[in-house]
Design a protein around this ligand. Structure first.
Ligand code: SF4
Length: 493
């Protein structure tokens, strides 16, 4: 039996056992401060690497009496046991407790690691008609088939990926969604949704499955949400959140930051509303100039990027709400996740894209096994250069180092996956370079002077230190950004 199959069988066995132990521990942890102290002491004791010790120290402070994490863990007890076991414990088991032999075997056989998550957009259809969105132009013939999505998840599980992020369009419009999730009980599913299709029947089914976490898109308050998504949408979102909370289902929110709304989506009233409604965590994404009518003026400015970073940190430090800024928290992940380093996106046509925001591909999942798509020259080229610069507050090859995405796309002959996608590497380049320079001027001093913990964190990250030596730093050698590493690379760092 090949090493990978043996590791896989052991991984599956261990998963059930680990999830069950974690689930049991989670029910006890929230019962008292004493139990919480015991839990953090146990985590500290098992922490081996320097980074694990830093996490353990953070957890101890985060969960101390009066701190937001204390309430966060107590709230976990509110969740339905099925959700606690299948989603929360399943997520922790999949993220933190995976058999290292499994990864080693995959590395040895194909020189890749399995993505932490695979993003799939099975359909671009949607039941809403939001401003600036073209979902109305799609019909069911444009969808991925049920068999294809099933095959992607089977292939992903085969290489150890157990977290799937379902996007769209509106994922609940795609009818087989919950049936497929039911057939994959050892994986967990984050479903990014407008929430308007989460009625009592859907909420009951989500509860029964347990391994689903709806992540609900919201634009801030009623006025902003209804202005973009249509009259009455805000009330439908609130009603869906109530249904989920009353059943003990874990859910999150997702907000897109633009140059117009940072104050609103990072405000204390908005954070308090999300806590009151029962959200456990939230994602902040910044508007990206992609899609059919990209608009650079909607991107948060350099100062607003910093404001968003601080706002997210403030919420995390003061509310039982684990929020993350997809760019500003790039340090925690060691930089960009794209190209299969941590994730990939498969669109409704089957194109395998390096990132949800990079609409280029060289492979289609209908023509090639997933593992071969992950090994493509296009993805290897991107992975070999991550991180693209040393300041991980500016991690992105699309907006922070625009020359990188352009060069990688061009030299691998990647095709645009929809009409107009190529503007990103053509017409928009001058504007993106101006934007990237302004972000550099604001965020470089922040990186150097205000984030001592980030440097300590990265010094302890062996993988990051190795990767840092391989690629050309787009700041140090802007004209060569995107070129493959060579022996002179050391001189650039
Ligand atoms: S390409 Fe940009 S948006 Fe995509 S994962 Fe990397 S940093 Fe994030």
């Amino acid at each position: 039996m090949p090493e990978r199959s043996m590791a896989k069988a052991r991984d599956r066995r261990d998963y059930e056992r680990t999830a069950s132990i974690i689930s049991g521990a989670l029910t006890v942890v929230g019962t008292s401060d004493l139990a919480m102290r015991g839990f953090t002491a146990a985590v500290r004791k098992t922490a081996k690497s320097q980074q694990q010790q830093m996490i353990a120290d953070w957890l101890k402070n985060y969960t101390a009496p009066g701190q937001p994490g204390n309430a966060f863990f107590k709230n976990i007890r509110r969740l339905h046991p099925n959700v606690r076991r299948r989603f929360v414990a399943g997520m922790m088991a999949n993220f933190f407790m995976r058999d290292p032999e499994y990864t080693k075997a995959l590395l040895k056989e194909r020189d890749i690691t399995s993505p932490t998550t695979i993003l799939i957009s099975p359909s671009m259809r949607c039941n809403l008609r939001c401003v600036g969105c073209y979902a109305a132009e799609y019909d069911s013939e444009d969808d991925l088939s049920e068999e294809m999505v099933e095959s992607i998840i089977d292939q992903g599980e085969e290489i150890g990926t157990r977290v799937y992020t379902m996007l769209g369009g509106e994922p609940f419009v795609w009818r087989p969604l919950l049936d497929i999730i039911e057939r994959h009980p050892q994986s967990v599913f984050l479903v990014f949704t407008n929430a308007t299709m989460i009625n009592d029947r859907v909420a009951d089914r989500i509860l029964e499955l347990g391994n689903v976490c709806p992540t609900i898109s919201i634009e801030g308050g009623r006025e902003s949400t209804d202005a973009r998504r249509g009259e009455g949408t805000y009330d439908r979102i609130m009603a869906a959140m109530d249904r989920l909370r009353e059943r003990g289902i874990m859910f999150a929110f997702s907000a897109t930051a633009t140059s117009q709304n940072i104050d609103e989506i990072t405000s204390e009233p908005f954070a308090d509303l999300m806590v009151e409604k029962g959200a456990f965590y939230g994602w902040y994404f910044s508007y990206m100039p992609v899609g059919r009518e990209p608009d650079l003026s909607l991107m948060p400015t350099a100062d607003q990027r910093n404001q968003l970073r601080k706002g997210v940190m403030h919420i995390r430090n003061t509310r039982p709400l684990l929020v993350a800024d997809f760019w500003g928290d790039g340090t925690l992940t060691g930089g960009c996740l794209s190209g299969g380093r941590k994730y990939i996106h498969i669109n409704n046509k089957g194109d395998v894209e390096p990132c949800i925001f990079a609409h280029f591909a060289t492979d289609n999942i209908k023509d090639k096994p997933l593992i071969d798509c992950l090994c493509s020259d296009f993805f290897r080229d991107l992975r070999r250069m991550e991180p693209f610069g040393k300041n991980l507050l500016r991690p992105c090859p699309i907006i922070d180092h625009p020359a990188v995405m352009k060069k990688v796309v061009e030299r691998n002959n990647a095709y645009p996956t929809h009409e107009g996608a190529e503007t990103l590497i053509n017409e928009l380049q001058p504007g993106l370079h101006t934007y990237a320079a302004s972000v550099r001027d604001v965020l470089n001093p922040v990186w150097q002077n205000e984030m001592p913990w980030a440097h300590k964190w990265l010094d302890a990250d062996g993988d990051y230190q190795r990767r840092k030596q391989r690629g050309r730093d787009a700041d140090v050698a802007p004209d060569e950004a995107g070129e493959p590493a060579s022996e002179e690379v050391g001189a650039l760092n």
